[in-house]
Design a protein around this ligand. Structure first.
Ligand SMILES: [Mg+2]
Length: 226
């Protein structure tokens, strides 16, 4: 029905609940190192910067504050082993992606980060559920740069015309949608939209709802044409 239409998803906190996986890791880390959770948890959360901080920078910051004496590289390796083991897609998200493709949409992932993003995509089984994905450090362009979205479209064999972008970050996902002239769904995670200059087309609580909104908007637009 919507042949060749492209929907580009963000990965962390969009297709997979990165916030929950980080919280699970942090609790386990605090417990196994016998740290005081009241002190350690806020330090870990703050240094994490919602996943923006590289893991080397993260451990360089929290190590001295929590009295960790292990080498940073070991901590980073242990962190990724833990996180990749936790990554999964919930069943509503998986069903939504399958329904999009059943309707003829092409589905892609544009994610900022390094090689660990590929491990996350595979751990979630998303490599078998989407038409293509691009990781910023492999492509050399990061969201909101239009060139990362163009690379995803090429991977998917689709055009950016009539595309949608779905993501949780205003400054990368929704700004990226603006950069390519696409419509967007912002996953608000309980926050209010913070930017005056531009805004998402729609707001949703999760990826499955975003997919339902996209299909209903496109269906209504198509019905209006005939
Ligand atoms: Mg995200």
């Amino acid at each position: 029905m919507f042949a060749e239409r492209l929907v580009i998803f963000d990965l962390d906190n969009t297709l997979a609940d990165r916030d929950m996986f980080f919280g699970e890791w942090a609790e386990s880390f605090v417990r196994t190192r016998q740290l005081d959770p009241e002190i350690a948890m806020p330090i870990l959360r703050l240094a994490d910067q919602d996943g923006v901080a590289s893991r080397s920078a993260f451990f360089a910051q929290v190590g001295p504050r929590l009295g960790l004496d292990e080498p940073i590289d070991d901590l980073v390796d242990e962190y990724w082993r833990d996180q990749i083991g936790r990554y999964r897609c919930d069943t509503d998200t998986t069903a939504g992606l399958l329904s999009l493709r059943h309707l003829g949409y092409k589905v892609g992932i544009a994610t900022n980060g390094g090689a660990a993003q590929i491990d996350k995509i595979k751990a979630c089984g998303l490599d078998g559920l989407v038409d293509g994905f691009c990781v910023s450090r492999m492509v050399g362009h990061a969201k909101p740069d239009a060139r990362l979205f163009a690379a995803v479209a090429e991977e998917c064999g689709a055009s950016l015309d009539h595309a949608w972008v779905v993501g949780d970050r205003p400054d990368t996902d929704i700004a990226g949608a603006v950069a390519i002239g696409a419509r967007s769904v912002w996953l608000s995670r309980g926050m209010c939209w913070p930017i005056v200059e531009y805004a998402p087309t729609l707001v949703a609580d999760n990826a499955a709802d975003a997919i339902r909104f996209i299909v209903s908007v496109d269906t209504a637009a198509q019905s209006a044409q005939f």
